[in-house]
Design a protein around this ligand. Structure first.
Ligand code: AKG
Ligand code: FE2
Length: 602
């Protein structure tokens, strides 16, 4: 019964008949019932909405229309990718290796169930997974954006349409078991912080007190091959575009000193043997084995090494150079040092330990892969000469095809990488004992010495500089083009063994003579020689005088300008970014200035 509030209503009720009063009460009851029904309907609706909201909130946490950061064990990388799931799209944000600056470096493959993202030319993608729902691959947009969490670097943004809008997705991608991002780089380093002055790639920690000259603990090297890989990735453009790259401080000072000491022990124990090489004397028609003066060597597989320096072997093994190089240069199709299938114990990797005696030990011009049966693709040299000075000699000289020779001091800790079948090189005479080790890495069988690398159709070579710059067929022309340089390097190296030197020189001249009997070949060689003379500064003559001190005489100013342009062209020619360039005037005459250029901070 409704309570009557107003005085007027009370008066009305007083004057009503009983039947009127009953009818009125029924009407009021019906109205109240209707109100109650309406209220409970409203409450039910609100409850349903609240349930919806709670469900949506629960789903949000589980990933539907949610966002997530997927942390995977990727070494230094904090997250593999981030995602946002919207009503009808999935957005992924994938951090990229520092080497990626353009979208066309990436290979992005989207199928209805799978995603794979990698660097073009690399065998393995760095991110792959199965979508937690299905997508329209054709309705996918991907762009490179500045990574909001890592200033200075880029990330890949993918917008992918879900096939069923509004569908619940419990996350974005299912990653394969044990998946690991292969390009690990350190985004944890705050971008504003200055990088460490010269981080060493590979470091054996200092020996614990009381165990001098101990190479343990090698566990300190765990992860250093990843650092080496990252530094190799950074020089990949230089290696692939100019054929060589230089990594300074690849070994830190204590590590280099320890390795050098171990090599010294090997030498002292007689575990290094004199360098020998086979050479077929065409006149005699038989292959002979000769000894190269003042060069002592051993391979790490030699029993003498395992016996004399077992810790050295363990240390070299721990540096994991082949694994890092195979991962950093996938287009070279290198083996990675693990035993090869079907070839009992062979790995395709050779590690040579070397000592050049100071009595002039050197190497004449050669390619490390001169043709079959060699499969060498990458040469990695590590120098160990503590306190090297210019007086000591023993520089490695690379001769990029028709380009300016690059003279590289064997500075302790320095690593030089070059393509074994494409970079002609020699070692200048040593005036001081010099230690180093070389790691040669083979490529898979079909990757080197292919038929087109072993013959030269002279009619198809239009521009001998450009066409053969990175082509192993340059080896066929090399002796004719660098005739005098081969001869000079042979004389330098066999000064102490004149009979051998004479035989080698005669064989070289004969080789050039025979190949030049083909007129087309000879023309091509001359064309290449002409180009070589244009691009090769005469850099290894006369006495040094420092360049930038000249200020007063016009001739001196002019010489600075000429020298600077030579410096600039050498730097460009060698595709190197230099932090400092030292140019030295070696000789000055009326028309030319001969400069020696040293580039630091590759
Ligand atoms: O000692 C060097 O710097 C390089 C040696 C070399 O070229 C070789 O062993 O093939
Ligand atoms: Fe070599």
């Amino acid at each position: 019964m409704l309570k009557l509030e107003s005085e007027g209503e009370a008066m009305l009720e007083k004057n009503m008949t009983p039947s009127e009063r009953a009818a009125r009460a029924a009407k009021q009851d019906a109205y109240a019932a209707k109100l109650r029904a309406q209220r409970s309907e409203l409450e039910a609706k609100e409850a349903a909405m609240e349930a919806e909201r709670r469900k949506a909130a629960a789903n949000h946490i589980a990933g539907t229309m949610g966002i997530g950061r997927v942390a995977v064990d990727v070494g230094d990388v904090r997250s593999a990718y981030e995602y946002e799931i919207h009503f009808d799209t999935l957005e992924l944000y994938v951090p990229l290796p520092a080497s990626v600056t353009k979208a066309n470096q990436l290979s992005v493959d989207v199928s209805p169930r799978q995603l794979s993202i990698g660097l073009k030319g690399e065998r393995q993608p760095f991110l792959k997974g199965t979508f937690k729902g299905t997508v329209h691959p054709d309705d996918t947009v991907w762009t490179l954006e500045k990574a909001h969490a890592r200033p200075g670097s880029l990330e890949l943004k993918l917008e992918i349409s879900k096939t069923t809008p509004g569908q619940h997705w419990p996350g974005a991608l299912e990653l394969p078991d044990g998946w690991c991002c292969r390009w690990a780089q350190p985004p944890t380093v705050p971008p504003a912080a200055p990088p460490p002055a010269k981080p060493a790639l590979l470091s054996l920690t200092a020996p614990p007190p009381g165990s001098p000259n101990d190479l343990a603990p090698l566990s300190a090297l765990a992860g250093s091959s990843r650092t080496l890989e990252a530094r190799m990735v950074a020089v990949r453009p230089s290696l692939l575009e100019s054929g060589y790259a230089i990594l300074d401080d690849a070994l830190d000072a204590p590590t280099a000193a320890l390795l050098r000491a171990e090599l010294g022990v090997l030498k002292a124990k007689g575990a290094l043997r004199a360098h020998q090489f086979g050479f077929k004397d065409e006149e005699a028609g038989v292959a002979q084995v000769y000894t190269k003066p003042h060069i002592w060597e051993a391979e790490t597989t030699d029993a003498s090494v395992a016996e004399a320096a077992p810790r050295l072997l363990a240390a070299l093994e721990s540096l994991a150079v082949p694994r890092a190089a195979a991962a950093a240069f996938p287009t070279l199709q290198l083996v990675d040092g693990r035993p090869l299938e079907q070839s009992a114990g062979a790995t395709g990797v050779v590690v040579k330990l070397q000592c050049n005696e100071g009595a002039g030990g050197c190497f004449p011009l050669h390619y490390d892969n001169a043709g079959p049966p060699s499969r060498r693709r990458l040469t990695c040299l590590f120098y160990l000469s503590v306190g090297w000075s210019e007086m000591d000699g023993g520089e490695l000289q690379l001769v990029p095809w028709l380009g300016a020779p690059v003279t590289i001091a064997p500075l302790s800790g320095r690593c030089v990488l070059f393509l074994s079948d494409i970079v002609l090189h020699r070692v200048l005479p040593c005036r001081h004992e010099r230690f180093c080790f070389t790691i040669w890495m083979d490529a898979i069988p079909s990757a080197t010495n292919r038929p087109e690398h072993l013959r030269l159709d002279v009619r198809t070579v239009r521009d001998p500089a450009a066409d053969l710059r990175l082509h192993a067929a340059q080896r066929l022309l090399s002796r004719a083009v660098y005739d005098e340089e081969y001869a000079r390097s042979l004389s330098d190296c066999f000064e102490g063994a004149p009979a051998v030197g004479k035989a080698l020189l005669a064989a070289h001249s004969k080789h050039v003579h025979v190949s030049r009997s083909n007129a087309a070949f000879s023309r091509l060689a001359d064309q290449a020689r002409a180009l070589k003379q244009v691009t090769t500064p005469e850099s290894d003559t006369a006495t040094a005088a420092t360049l930038p001190v000249f200020k007063d005489s016009p001739q001196q100013v002019a010489s600075s300008v000429v020298a600077s342009s030579v410096v600039a062209s050498s730097v460009v020619a060698s595709s190197v970014v230099a932090s400092s360039v030292v140019a030295r005037v070696l000789a000055l005459d009326r028309s030319r200035v001969h400069v020696k250029v040293r580039v630091r901070g590759f």
